[in-house]
Design a protein around this ligand. Structure first.
Ligand code: SF4
Length: 619
């Protein structure tokens, strides 16, 4: 076997034991890694059960890597994580960069699955095929960056570390998982799953080589990609990849402001009124805010940066965090508090997107008198910097009644505070909407409302592709749509790019590197994959693998309680001002798009996967 190891490590922290499951080449060729292997293993490990408590011992959490992980390939360092979502219903798949994926591979495994609940807080240590269960009592309650530094100091920095903060320990429903001190698997609340198992951290190290069928071919395609990338950076430093290299995803703030795609004040507008918002101009970000490159290993795109504005912070906050904890909560002109809020979430272990959405919802409720200060004994308005910082702490640490209520998830908060707060919700099944305006990008907005991974902006190409014939041609798509349309052609485009993105998640590859039109051509990607694994897959095979990942996740998502969201009424209200003024989604277009989507996906009129579809994908 090449690329993969065919070994899965399954650890039961209740009994403090482990086993290694061996998979043959047929299984590996079918499920490969990442998203698809996560789903296959999740189904196997829950052993026929249909009701899984996300915080119960029976809920496995799975970390899967890809066939090129650990092989010094640019962008092949992602790790996929799947479990039941404490924040929502059904399973959720989250991803992160860093070194955790390659470290699992170097320890000799394609994936790591954890079940059970430990009696005491613990660090799970995996060193090649030996597993240790260490007491983590002294780390419990510790801020995550401090805990990471202590672990590395004691164990050595050749370990890659996944950890949770106090929010995960306190079972906050939108707690996240941090990898090293600067990579995050943010969505779904999977930090609370580790918290429920009393796992403060997982430290992995190994020294096994990753064996490729034709390492020379992999190296040479990777090297060529690096050379072409460097030349393109010189020729077009202001291209999308050039922007990522120079400014990280922070640079997307200005791009999205200009197009009216920057959520502002609870998604009520797509652009702050003041073009000098967050006190920077595009030309001065580099000199004042963005620090050095801090990439995932072997990545030459290097979107990750240190923070020049706040060198003591663990990293420069990413676009999603700065948008949702910036303009979206009224901090358009207070970059200092915005970055402080992002850093606090990172240290306490909260997903920045859902945290920002919760705060924005509360603010909108108070400003529109759906909640009043008198009966609540509390109020918060857009831009209330001090209260924002306090509220984040109170949620993560469950410090007061309101913090405790919000820590239990938005749905419980709405139940308690009343239906008059519902019009201000920007959530799908309990998960906050990411920082791309659904009304401006109706294809993305449509995808937000559908499982298997609702509210994930990284599961398909964004709507711009509809007006780019060259990109459509690469996917053999012979359809016509428009960026602002939600028609059947848009759904056909979505379906195709969803399959491609799911294939990349299955290979655990970074979409900034492997996204359509980014660093490598499709031919180069297939060349690298086949040289790494020894498979002889075509691009059509790869797309089928991507769709298999979607269909299997969909089957599990529905079986475990997940549902597609109904149309959200705010999507039908026109954006009132700014560059995206007038944008909206028509409910009738949405209903038609849903019927067409179910049909082309091979689902019945209720969205259930038809048995002939399951058969087609052999799942
Ligand atoms: S582009 Fe960014 S996220 Fe992707 S591998 Fe490189 S540094 Fe990591």
């Amino acid at each position: 076997m090449y690329g993969n190891t065919g070994k899965i490590l399954v650890v039961d922290v209740s009994r403090k034991n482990f086993k290694i499951i061996e998979k043959d080449e047929k299984y590996i060729k079918k499920f490969i890694g990442g998203a698809l292997m996560c789903a296959a293993l999740y189904e196997e490990l829950i052993d026929g059960h249909d009701a899984i408590d996300p915080l119960g011992p029976e809920n496995p959490i799975i970390f899967a890597t890809g066939p090129m992980a650990g092989g010094k390939v640019c962008g092949a360092t992602r790790v996929n994580i799947m479990s039941m979502a404490p924040e929502s219903v059904g399973i959720y798949l989250s991803q992160a960069g860093g070194e955790f994926g390659p470290s699992i591979k170097h320890a000799g495994f394609d994936a790591l699955a954890i079940t059970g609940i430990s009696e005491i807080p613990m660090i799970l240590t995996i060193t090649n095929d030996s597993v240790g269960f260490e007491d983590a009592g002294d780390l419990w309650g510790m801020d995550r960056v401090a805990a990471y530094k202590k672990i590395i100091h004691e164990m050595g920095n050749d370990y890659s570390v996944a950890s949770i903060g106090p929010a995960g320990e306190n079972l906050v429903r939108h707690a996240n998982i941090m990898f090293e001190p600067d990579h995050y698997a943010g969505r779904g609340g999977l930090g609370a799953v580790l918290g429920s198992k009393r796992i403060k951290a997982i430290a992995v190290r190994g020294d096994q080589d990753v064996i490729f069928k034709d390492p020379h071919a992999v190296r040479s395609i990777n090297h060529k990609g690096g050379q072409e990338f460097a030349e393109n950076m010189k020729k077009s430093p202001r291209s999308f990849l050039g922007m990522l290299r120079r400014l990280g995803t922070f640079g997307l703030l200005e791009l999205n402001r200009k197009t009216g795609n920057l959520p502002t004040r609870n998604f009520n507008s797509g652009s702050p009124d003041d073009p000098e918002f967050l006190q920077y101009k595009h030309d001065t970000i580099k000199s004042d805010i963005v620090g050095k490159i801090n990439p995932c290993k072997n990545c030459f795109v290097a979107c990750k940066k240190t923070s020049k504005a706040n060198p003591e912070y663990s990293s420069l906050a990413e676009y999603e965090s700065v948008a949702i904890l910036g303009p979206n909560i009224g901090l358009e002109n207070d970059l200092k508090t915005c970055l402080k809020a992002c850093e606090l979430c990172n240290r306490l272990g909260l997903d920045t997107i859902s945290t920002g959405n919760i705060i924005a919802w509360l603010m909108d409720c108070f400003e529109n008198k759906a909640l009043d200060a008198e009966s609540m004994g509390y109020s918060i308005n857009f831009g209330d910097g001090e209260k924002i910082i306090k509220l984040i702490e109170n949620i993560a640490l469950r410090k007061d009644d309101l913090g405790n209520l919000l820590a239990d998830g938005i749905n419980r908060a709405v139940d308690k505070l009343g239906s008059k707060t519902k019009p201000y919700l920007r959530f799908v099944k309990g998960i906050g909407i990411p920082a791309h305006m659904p009304r401006k990008k109706p294809g993305i907005g449509f995808a937000y409302l559908h499982g298997p991974n609702p509210n994930d902006h990284m599961k398909l190409e964004h709507d711009w592709i509809a007006s780019d014939p060259a990109s459509l041609k690469k996917f053999n798509l012979n359809v016509k749509s428009a960026p602002d349309a939600l028609d059947e052609a848009k759904i056909d485009i979505m379906k195709t790019t969803q399959a491609y993105f799911a294939a990349m998640d299955t290979l655990s590859l970074c979409l900034f590197v492997f996204g359509p039109g980014n660093v490598y051509t499709f031919e180069e990607i297939m060349g690298m994959l086949n040289a790494a694994t020894g498979f002889e897959l075509t691009f059509e095979d790869l797309m089928k693998i991507g769709e298999r990942a979607i269909q299997l996740q969909r089957k599990l998502f529905l079986r475990l309680g997940g549902q597609d969201e109904k149309f959200l009424p705010f999507m039908e209200k026109k954006i009132p001002k700014g560059p995206s003024k007038g944008a909206k989604i028509n409910k009738a277009d949405f209903e038609n798009a849903r019927s067409h989507y179910y049909k082309v996906m091979g689902w019945d009129k209720n969205g259930q996967v038809l048995s002939k579809t399951l058969k087609r994908f052999e799942i």
